[in-house]
Design a protein around this ligand. Structure first.
Ligand code: NAD
Length: 511
């Protein structure tokens, strides 16, 4: 995690600092710790972000705890009204939020607006909370006895989010969490923290009471305090697999409900009968969109049989047409990577792949912006002849590097995918409905696309991978999200009937 010492007397000392949002207002950090925020397209540090101390995290928890009883008691119709207002305000301000994403994450405006559109879906889903929170009622379960189930909020819940979707992933979490009546604490990524504060302001304007939504900026110190704080009931996490595992193990050890979504290595299986142009378009869109910094990006194309050569040629011819550039240029389709350190790590896989026997078909370091710009750019890269033991296959690269593997049969391809430790997303490209159906049945992956390369579920389903891509029982957002942020209470009730009252020390035998 980067944290620069402030260079005395340099321009960095006068840069703006992004602070926290606690109890319904902006709060400047007091810990004396902070980290740099870069514009990835220029490579320049443009801001600082405060890193909270444990005491600052505790202040946010206290604010959330104080706000919870009244919010929980607020009628569902009033909460719904506020959610509709949040939806409208986020929609109205989406260009402003998108501009912050471009400035700090680097994604191009069309991609940033797409993130907002998918985030908004989650707020729209949460607007249906009157329907979603309905319980069940059984009249006359026994003579004169009714049984019913209700769902109640957990209390104070926290969300810890990654750099690659600074607006959408928080919306995956907080929309359902507050709709259910919880108070929420967001710990955004320290790499692109500004969107979280603008979103907090919009929630405030929409009428979310002070303390119901809080933002605490920071690093491991804030995260660790979240994991141990006795007043935090549940933690939602999205990020890399090692941290997801740590969050799950530590949070559950401290008696919290935890859902922790991790990294990915998504395979796109292409059968010999596939439409090669469609598959190549999909591989390029899903491999290089957002510079490959999506957990649902296609990382590996698995070509079965003789489709391999045609497919690699079709992908290769498309690469020079991908416009790499800053978000300030409307022609740009793919922006820079998030930090220089990450860009250089991604580029290093091109060397290790060549050393380990793969064929580098396209090397993104040859792009002029890699050499001539201070921004964190890397052009599109394509590696063929990849085998399972190579680093470029074993690791999640999380950059604009698409790898291609060549197998002889469907069974071989399936084994490869099922043997991979990750199981976030996958896709099959074929014209054969039976083969697609068999793949859907066979594959050990949580989200599957049939001729759809990035099968991110719509907000009324839930999002989640299998294996090392998710620790916990419930997926994120949608119906699973409502379940995660509530607990069930079952009431068995009978009203006084003195005529039938008697003492009975046994378990009831008559019904
Ligand atoms: P990351 O794991 O480095 O960071 C995620 C969050 O954890 C951040 O808020 C960060 O501040 C915090 N964190 C980082 N190191 C920590 C530590 N040692 N202790 C405690 N907290 C720590 O992930 P990232 O680089 O921000 O995001 C990219 C990763 O997220 C990729 O692996 C990607 O696949 C994954 N991701 C997964 C999904 C999904 O739905 N499965 C979605 C988006 C991103």
């Amino acid at each position: 995690m980067t944290q620069l010492a402030e260079p005395a007397g340099s321009a960095a000392t006068s840069l703006p600092t992004i602070g926290h949002w606690i109890g319904g207002r902006r709060v400047a950090g007091t810990s004396g710790r902070r980290g740099p925020v870069f514009n990835p397209a220029t490579g320049a540090q443009e801001k600082w972000v405060d890193f909270a101390s444990t005491d600052e995290l505790d202040v946010a928890v206290a604010a959330a705890r104080a706000a919870f009883p009244a919010w929980r008691a607020t009628s569902i119709s009033k909460r719904t009204e506020i959610l509709f207002r949040i939806r409208n305000l986020v929609e109205q301000h989406r260009h402003e939020i998108a501009a912050l994403l471009t400035a700090e994450h680097g994604k191009v405006p069309s991609d940033a607006l797409g993130e907002l559109a998918r985030g908004l879906e989650n707020i729209e889903f949460a607007c249906g909370i009157p329907q979603l929170l309905k319980g069940g009622f059984t009249e006359q379960a026994s003579t004169g006895v009714d049984v019913y189930q209700i769902r109640q909020p957990l209390g104070v819940v926290a969300g810890i989010t990654p750099f690659n979707f600074p607006a959408m992933v928080p919306m995956w979490m907080f929309a359902n969490a507050i709709a259910c009546g919880n108070a929420f604490i967001l710990k955004p990524s320290e790499k692109d923290p500004s969107a979280s504060i603008l979103i907090a302001e919009l929630l405030h304007e929409a009428g979310v009471p002070d303390g119901v939504f809080n933002v605490v900026q920071g690093d491991k110190v804030a995260v660790d305090r979240i994991l141990e704080h006795p007043d935090i009931a549940a933690v939602s996490f999205v990020g890399s697999t090692p941290i997801a595992r740590y969050i799950y193990e530590t949070g559950t050890r401290n008696d919290k409900r935890v859902q922790a979504l991790g990294g990915a290595k998504n395979h796109m299986l292409v059968l010999p009968d596939a439409d090669v142009d469609m598959a190549a378009d999909a591989a390029v869109s899903a491999g290089y969109g957002s510079a490959g910094e999506r957990c649902m990006a296609i990382a590996t194309v698995v070509a079965v049989g003789d489709v391999h050569d045609r497919l690699v040629d079709a992908i290769k011819t498309r690469l020079p047409k991908v416009q790499v550039g800053p978000g300030s240029d409307p022609a740009s389709e793919m922006g820079p990577l998030v930090t220089r350190q990450h860009r250089d790590k991604v580029a290093s896989y091109l060397d290790s792949a060549a050393e380990q026997g793969a064929t580098v078909v396209a090397d993104g370091r040859e792009h002029p912006l890699f050499k001539d710009s201070d921004g964190f750019f890397l052009g599109t890269s394509l590696i063929d002849d990849v085998t399972p033991e190579m680093d470029c296959y074993r690791d999640e690269i999380f950059g604009p590097v698409l790898t291609v593997m060549h197998v002889d049969t469907y069974d071989e391809a399936l084994r490869l995918i099922n043997d991979n430790p990750y199981g976030n997303g996958t896709a099959i490209f074929t014209r054969d409905g039976g083969a697609a159906r068999q793949f859907q049945f066979d594959v050990n992956v949580g989200m599957v696309g049939v001729n759809v390369p990035i099968p991110v579920p719509v907000a009324y389903y839930s999002f989640g991978g299998w294996k090392a891509s998710l620790f916990g029982d419930l997926h994120m957002y949608g119906p699973d999200g409502i379940q995660f942020y509530t607990r069930s209470k079952v009431v068995t009730s009978r009203w006084p009937d003195p005529a039938k009252s008697s003492i009975n020390l046994g378990f009831p035998q008559t019904r």
